[in-house]
Design a protein around this ligand. Structure first.
Ligand code: ASP
Length: 328
């Protein structure tokens, strides 16, 4: 019995750099050596130092390669997997992994908000809690998880909600699935699990379609959207509230939707877009009539991950709509 640990950099692995700010340079051996109590778990961690980067540098192919290696580790007998990385993109990477993760063994993402040079660095506690969850029978079948600040979140619902707080990860629509209390893994809610999506070769090879994310704002003229269908294969719109845009933008988005899939989400931070409540030009009803696809409860970042994965697999508009109906 073992846990596979993949390290991808981020604040959890950062150390001083000649007075020029911290950079990712600690290895998995450094990280595990800094965790009191890890040895008492009784489960060895098999470390794979994979990337040492800020999470803003991570790419789809890199993440899919990590998921592939994690799958192989599970197939070879690992009880669970922990991935450490920066927190900035963690809500997207964990969701991408969740969409394709096919195992009962948990795939657990974690990181840190305070780097190891600071008082009260949270990396060691997060790594220990993540390892406990990865090894816990209670976590089997839960898919991809984010364990942070002693909370267990479903990758499909979790958000980074604060730029500096150690309690940054939250699931505004659902709450945490559970907690780690006195070292014990307590799972309170089990999310329904979707069948894993296939990993398209194009996404693995770096030939992933371009999907833009456009956040609508007050008195928005939409000039930035000009020519977008010539350079991008899809678009996610983060609209106001339940999925609204200025009336002037409605025909612009409708014209784009005739050429590429355009998914409607909310910029609000939690809650769903609606389908048929408001009727004004630029409302959710109007935009759906113009061909925009309902993003449901998915936030704009996760919607972009899903759309990109679907388009990489050659999904047409019908398949994209069906997938968003299932995952949104
Ligand atoms: N900028 C860092 C990163 O995402 C932040 C962190 O790790 O918390 O790599």
């Amino acid at each position: 019995m073992s846990i596979a640990l993949f390290t991808l950099g981020g604040t959890i692995a950062m150390a001083g750099h000649g007075g020029a700010g911290v950079v990712a340079r600690l290895t998995g051996a450094d990280l595990t050596a800094a965790v009191p109590g890890l040895a008492d778990l009784g489960v060895p961690l098999e470390v794979r130092d994979t990337h040492a980067v800020p999470s803003a540098h991570l790419t789809f192919p890199q993440l899919l390669a990590v998921v592939g290696a994690a799958s192989s580790a599970v197939a070879a007998g690992a009880e669970g997997v922990v991935v450490t990385q920066g927190t900035d993109t963690l809500e997207e990477t964990a969701y991408l992994a969740d969409l394709v993760w096919a195992h009962e063994a948990p795939l657990v993402f974690t990181g840190a908000m305070r780097n190891p040079t600071l008082a009260g660095a949270d990396g060691p506690a997060n790594l220990l809690a993540a390892a406990r969850v990865a090894a816990a029978p209670e976590a089997r079948g839960l898919g991809t998880l984010v364990v942070f600040n002693d909370e267990i979140h479903a990758a499909r619902w979790v958000r980074k909600t604060h730029s500096t707080s150690t309690a940054t990860f939250a699931s505004p629509n659902a709450g945490p699935l559970g907690h780690v209390i006195e070292g014990r893994v307590r799972v309170l809610t089990t999310p329904p699990r979707h069948a894993p999506r296939p990993v398209p070769a194009a996404a693995q090879e770096g030939d992933t379609p371009r999907v833009a994310l456009y956040t609508v704002s007050l008195d928005d003229d939409g000039v930035l959207l000009d020519g977008l269908a010539d350079t991008h294969q899809g678009l996610v719109v983060a609209g106001f509230g339940v999925g609204h845009v200025p009336g002037t933008l409605a025909p612009v988005l409708g014209a784009l939707a005739e050429r590429v899939p355009v998914v409607l989400t909310s910029r609000s931070g939690s809650g769903s877009v609606l389908r048929h409540t408001y009727g004004a030009v630029g409302s959710e009803t109007d935009l759906r009539r113009r061909g925009l696809i309902d993003g449901g409860l998915l936030d704009p970042y996760k919607a972009r991950v899903l759309l990109r994965l679907l388009l990489a697999g050659g999904a047409d508009r019908e398949a994209v709509t069906a997938a968003f109906a299932r995952h949104g």
